[in-house]
Design a protein around this ligand. Structure first.
Ligand code: F6P
Length: 362
C-alpha cells in the first residue's frame, strides 16, 4: 500500500506557503513515492473532511505565488470552534474529537502543519491527544516563533515595508512632512525594526521598547533643527507609549486573538497636537502579507518543506523544521511554543539602529 502524508496551512496567510506545499509534495512523491493530500482551510478541513490530492500538476507554477492554494483560516481552532447554528448564530464548541477521528480515518503516515504559534499550539494539543505523527513548518510574517531564526513570510513582508518606506521618503521630503507608517508584527517588533533599519527610517517604535512621547518629539525637533526637512517614523502595530496599552482595533474572544491597529493614528495625533509639523499616517496592513514571496522565502520554504518530509521519513515527529545558524534543523515543537520570540532591547539589531542614529523612543 502506498504511504500517504497530509499538509495544512493554518492561521494568517503569508508569502511562501505555496512554496512549502510544493516542496513537500515534490519531495514526498519524487523521493518516496508517497501520496500527498492537502487539508483545506487549516483545521476547518479536518472538521469538514475537505481534502484534496496534491500532485505534480496541482503544485506546478505555485513556487512564487502568494496566499495558499489550500486556503487558511485563523478561526478554525478545533478546541474553540465557532459552529454555525441553524438560527445563524455562532456557538463555540470543542470539535477536536471529530477532527481527530477524521484525521485517523485519513490514515496518514505524517501530517505537516504549516503555521505560527496558534496553529502550532493546536498541533501540540493534537499530539497530546494521541495524534503523534505531526511535524511543523514555521511561518508568519511576524517572525515571533521561538526555536527558529526565521519564519517563512517574514523577509517578504520586510521587502514590502522597505519598498514602502523608500516611497514615503520622497513624498515626505517633497512636502517637508513627517510620515508615520504603521506595520504589522503583533507583539514583536521584527518587521518594524528590520525594515526601519533597511529603509533608513528616522524613528522606529516597537513593542519591546515602550516609547516616551516627549523623546519622540525631541528627536523630531533635533532633526528638523539641524536642517532635515522631513522624517519617517515606523511604528509597529504593537508599539506602546510608556504606561499605555496596546492599540486594539478588535477585541479577542475564545476563537481569535485581539487585532491590533491604531498605533500610527495615536502617534500622529500626538505629534499634530505638540508640534507645528505637518504629519500624515499610512497603515500598510495586509499589503505586507500579499503577493509573491521574495527569493529568501522561496528558498527557506523549500528547505523547510524538504526537511518536514525528511522528519516524517525518519520518524522525528512533534518537531518543527527550524533555521539555526544558517542550517535547517529539527527542533522540538514544545520549544517553539515555550515563549514568544521578540526583539532584545539590548540586542545587536537594536544597538545597530541606535548606532546609526535611529530614535527608538526610550
Ligand atoms: O500574525 C500575522 C498578522 O498579520 C499580524 O501581523 C497581524 O496583527 C495579524 O496577523 C492580523 O490578523 P488577521 O488576519 O486576523 O486580521
Amino acid at each position: 500500500m502506498t504511504s500517504r502524508i497530509g499538509i495544512l496551512t493554518g492561521g494568517g496567510d503569508c508569502p511562501g506557503l505555496n512554496a512549502v506545499i510544493r516542496a513537500v509534495t515534490l519531495h514526498a512523491r519524487h523521493t518516496y513515492g508517497w501520496e500527498v493530500i492537502g487539508i483545506r482551510h487549516g483545521f476547518q478541513g479536518l472538521y469538514d473532511e475537505d481534502v484534496v490530492e496534491l500532485t505534480y500538476a496541482s503544485t506546478q507554477a505555485v513556487l512564487g505565488r502568494g496566499g495558499t492554494i489550500l486556503g487558511s483560516n485563523n478561526r478554525a481552532n478545533p478546541f474553540a470552534y465557532p459552529l454555525a447554528m441553524p438560527d445563524g448564530r455562532r456557538e463555540v464548541h470543542d470539535v477536536s474529537a471529530r477532527c481527530l477521528a477524521n484525521l485517523a480515518t485519513l490514515g496518514l503516515q505524517g501530517l505537516v502543519v504549516v503555521g505560527g504559534d496558534g496553529t502550532m499550539g493546536v498541533a501540540q494539543k493534537f499530539i497530546d491527544r494521541g495524534a503523534t505523527r505531526i511535524v511543523g513548518v514555521p511561518k508568519t510574517i511576524d517572525n515571533d516563533l521561538a526555536a527558529t531564526e526565521y519564519t517563512v513570510g517574514f523577509q517578504s513582508a520586510v521587502e514590502v515595508v522597505v519598498e514602502a518606506i523608500e516611497r514615503l521618503h520622497t513624498t515626505a521630503e517633497a512636502h517637508d512632512r513627517i510620515i508615520v507608517v504603521e506595520v504589522m508584527g503583533r507583539y514583536a517588533g521584527w518587521i518594524g525594526l528590520t525594515a526601519g533599519v533597511a529603509g533608513g527610517a528616522h524613528i522606529v517604535l516597537i513593542p519591546e521598547i515602550e516609547y516616551d512621547p516627549a523623546r519622540v518629539i525631541d528627536a523630531l525637533h533635533r532633526r528638523h533643527g539641524r536642517g532635515n526637512s522631513y522624517s519617517i517614523i515606523v511604528v509597529a502595530e504593537g508599539a506602546r507609549m510608556k504606561g499605555g496599552g496596546y492599540s486594539v482595533e478588535t477585541a479577542g474572544d475564545a476563537t481569535r486573538m485581539e487585532r491590533l491597529g491604531g498605533a500610527a493614528a495615536k502617534l500622529t495625533e500626538l505629534i499634530a497636537a505638540k508640534t507645528d509639523y505637518e504629519v500624515r499616517a499610512t497603515v500598510l496592513g495586509y499589503i505586507q502579507r500579499g503577493a509573491e514571496p521574495c527569493a529568501f522565502d522561496r528558498e527557506l520554504a523549500t528547505r523547510f518543506g524538504v526537511k518536514a518530509v525528511e522528519m516524517i521519513a525518519q520518524g522525528t515527529f512533534a518537531h518543527i523544521a527550524a533555521m539555526e545558524h544558517g542550517h535547517v534543523v529539527a527542533k522540538p515543537l514544545a520549544a517553539a511554543l515555550a515563549r514568544l520570540k521578540v526583539c532584545d532591547p539590548a540586542g545587536e539589531l537594536v544597538r545597530t539602529a541606535r548606532a546609526v542614529g535611529i530614535e527608538l523612543g526610550a
